[in-house]
Design a binder for this molecule. Sequence first.
Ligand code: PLP
Length: 399
Amino acid sequence: MSGNHDPHLGTTSVWAGEDEDLLHKPSAVPTVHSVSFDYRDVDQWLEVALAQKRGYIYSRNTNPTVHAFEEKVRHLERAEAATSFSTGMAAISNTLFTLLSPGDRVVSLKDTYGGTSKIFLEFLPRFQIDVVLCETTDHRAIESAVAEGCQVLYLESPTNPTLKVIDLSRLATAGHEVGATVIVDNTFATPINQSPLGLGVDLVIHSATKFLGGHADALGGVVCGPTQLVERIFHFREINGASLHPMAAYLLLRGIKTLHLRIRQQNESALEIAQYLEAHRSIERVFYPGLESHEHHDIAKRQMRGYGGVLSFVLDGGFDAVRTFLPRLRYAHLAANLGAVDTIAGPPATTSHVECTAEERKALGIPESLVRYSVGIEDTEDLIADLEQALTSTAEAMT
Ligand SMILES: *Cc1c(COP(=O)(O)O)cnc(C)c1O
């Protein structure tokens, strides 16, 4: 504190003790809650404001904790640039609204995440943006829709909740033939299991809320890709204002430290559980890309290093069986989330496709007796024993 006289208590409460540089290289990334950043030298301030020099001005644009999160995901996706968002849906909608203008055309899949499909069906058409949603695994239909011309080809693999897999490098080639920007939602695979940029895709999107954070305690989204594209999306977001909160960035950063360990365990458990369920008499069908019975196991094997922590299955006995079965699970949150250290289960009607009506789900080919099961990091044998007791007592209760 400087000056000729001692300040009064009000001024002291505002200014005292803060003169030093507060960030003495702490070993853990600190949560910088500050909205703005100070400059004594106005010329330096101007340089940063004009982006001639790296620095922070205002946390809607950039923030040190948020930047550390972006850098970590950028390295995991081996991308040139990354920018972050308050949620996964903010990442998706900001990206689409940055890239599309009235008169443009998007080609995508019927099985995109529920919120994404709402953007396609409810919001983009209001801006005279034409949306074509193809049968998710019909590669020929997607290629011919793309060949008619489009600005964006928007993909997701594996999909939610029936774990469909599409050939990303084949479709990236199709998109590039017409000059489209090819986007992949990589939330289900994570950068541990799948690297879309390496398969020729332009932009990778994550809901960091799920596996990246992994602890179901922070919302966030991120987009990775070439600098020139990511900067345009960053600019839209800094003005639009869907910025990631530093506290959420801190939690996501801490979560990512164990991403590879969690995914290793979840890959292993999910495969074992999928095999167990496939052989079970009360289960009509299991969807998991790691099963040899999966329609596109060959593609998954080629483009993924592991098959992920989410599977889904159809119970004998319709929605009544689902209603009876779910509360009998001891080691599963019944909740609208996935990708956490805790196992989470739920039907599409209250999870992935809560935004859709029953008719819409039917049109999307999503059975009402489907259960989505996101495997946590618990011991595999405990999860299998839990499923076994819940299935047995459901079968008893239903007869
Ligand atoms: C959850 C999810 C989103 C949306 O993410 P939010 O963080 O909830 O906005 C997008 N895509 C996929 C595949 C998801 O699972």
